[in-house]
Design a protein around this ligand. Structure first.
Ligand SMILES: NC(=O)c1ccc[n+]([C@@H]2O[C@H](COP(=O)([O-])OP(=O)(O)OC[C@H]3O[C@@H](n4cnc5c(N)ncnc54)[C@H](O)[C@@H]3O)[C@@H](O)[C@H]2O)c1
Length: 437
């Protein structure tokens, strides 16, 4: 059956929005990119080249786009965290549906402003909780819906943020200083995990949260003795050589890892050389060349969250930054059994109580690597990135809701858990969640 593709404008043509927009390249019959809005020249040009856009299809900002007559069904909003609400409001008013990056808003107050605006204008907003689309979590959620482990009593999730991810995105990166990025570590990194908990435990509302955490490792008193301020400039060779976090080891020895962050300032050069990269790291204003112990980061490097639900169930989430290997794991215990697995392995085990003679429990392994893909055709985040875009397109076409659907209204509890957990951590007390209407 032939259908007209959904049309969309890219708003904030950075790394994330272009990843989502690439769906249009693979499925031109489903999605067509018809414009871009971004104040920066390089990302705007990238989007124009990728989608063959003409000057009249380019705008300098979300706000400017919103002033034009509506030129598409939707926008893909990939602006930075603190810009999500201010860029979304005029576009919702102008009649666009929206695929909006997480976190949907930096504060609870801003979140409600956005929710009210979407309701008022009757617009569809889908939040990029890409992990809900990873076959691993979809498989788990389906097992829960089938009743495989009965009623959920407890959920334990962990997120281990690897030493290189922790430092490139947080300590040295865009999300390291809350005064600049306007978000906490929990909100920018773990809003996915708290969303997954709320999505999986969907038969009862979360009611209260406690949380502890701190910035323990990446602080001046933890620096190796004699360490300088910049790895390639004033750190003595004998210290830099032994340091696990030397910018040389992280970025010059692995020039392609996290390259879209680290070499962002070299975007104007096609294939920069290693020498140009080294020079860039030495520049005084380059955060990736700074010592991780002498940086201006202030977000926590580990945090634990403890949640109570209305039916008496509980959940915990543990985020630990600076681990040898990055991973996400989950363990759900229900009245009939348990589910346990690790996203990176794309495999989980369902274990159910079996008191029959000679038995203790039954065990089934669900391997989603067989016939599925972790990254390949469906992008990063366990294959969630492009599956999310496909679902957004199908939703706008009026097809039935998928099991993963990340509608704005569905994303409220996960975000409320983040705001409330951070308040609980700051105030050293258990905080009740507001009721959701
Ligand atoms: N879903 C996920 O798992 C995931 C993963 C990583 C990042 N993110 C989120 O994605 C978002 C974007 O991250 P990124 O690394 O792609 O950022 P980026 O800095 O590469 O892109 C943001 C773009 O927005 C543009 N911009 C700024 N003001 C604008 C305005 N008024 N109108 C239009 N465009 C404007 C900037 O010029 C820039 O090109 C962030 O909120 C981040 O937290 C989500």
């Amino acid at each position: 059956m032939m259908t007209t593709p959904i049309t969309a404008v890219i708003v904030g043509a950075g790394h994330r929005a272009l990843t989502y927009a690439s769906y249009a390249k693979k499925h031109p019959d489903e999605l067509r990119i018809v414009g871009v809005a971004d104040p920066a020249e390089i990302p705007k040009r990238k989007a124009c080249d990728m989608f063959d856009l003409k000057p009249e299809q380019c705008f300098d900002s979300a706000e400017e786009l919103a002033k034009q007559p509506k030129l598409a069904d939707a926008v893909i909003n990939g602006t930075m965290d603190h810009q999500h609400v201010s860029t979304a409001l005029p576009l919702l008013e102008a009649g666009y549906d929206m695929l909006l990056e997480k976190p949907l808003a930096p504060s609870e107050e801003d979140m409600w402003t956005l929710v009210r605006a979407a309701r008022k204008h009757g617009r569809r907003v889908m939040i990029c909780h890409v992990l809900r689309y990873a076959p691993f979590y979809v498989g788990i959620r389906k097992k829960i819906e089938e009743g495989a482990i009965g009623k959920i009593i407890n959920i334990q999730t962990t997120e281990h943020v690897s030493y290189h991810h922790m430092t490139v995105s947080f300590v040295r990166g865009k999300h390291g200083n809350s005064r600049h990025c306007h978000t906490s570590m929990l909100l920018s990194k773990c809003c996915h995990d708290l969303d997954l908990i709320a999505w999986i435990k969907n038969d009862a509302a979360p009611t209260a949260v406690g949380s502890f955490g701190s910035l323990m490792q990446f602080r001046p008193e933890m620096a190796p003795e004699g360490a300088g301020q910049r790895c390639l400039v004033d750190c003595p060779a004998e210290v830099e050589e032994k340091c696990l976090y030397s910018a040389r080891k992280h970025y010059l020895d692995h020039p392609d890892r996290w390259s879209f962050y680290v070499w962002h300032d070299l975007q104007h050069i096609e294939n920069p050389t290693l020498e140009q990269k080294e020079e860039a790291l030495k520049r005084e204003d380059n955060p990736y060349g700074r010592c991780v112990y002498h940086h201006d980061n202030d977000v926590v490097d580990h945090q634990s969250v403890n949640i109570n639900f209305a039916d008496g169930a509980t959940a915990t989430h543990n985020m630990v930054g600076g681990t040898a290997k990055g991973s996400r794991s989950i363990h759900i215990v229900g009245t009939l059994g348990e589910i346990r697995g690790c996203l990176e392995e794309s495999r989980f085990v369902v274990r159910t109580i079996d008191p029959s003679p000679g038995n203790e429990f039954r065990e089934e392994e669900v391997d989603l690597n067989q016939g599925g893909d972790m990254h390949g055709a469906f992008g990063g985040h366990g294959g969630g990135d492009l599956r999310l875009v496909g679902d957004f397109v199908r939703t706008l076409r009026g097809e039935p809701r998928s099991i993963s659907c990340t509608d704005l209204e569905d994303s409220i509890y996960g975000h409320l858990l983040c705001y409330t957990a951070d308040r609980a951590m700051e105030e050293h007390r258990v905080v009740d969640l507001p009721s959701v209407k």
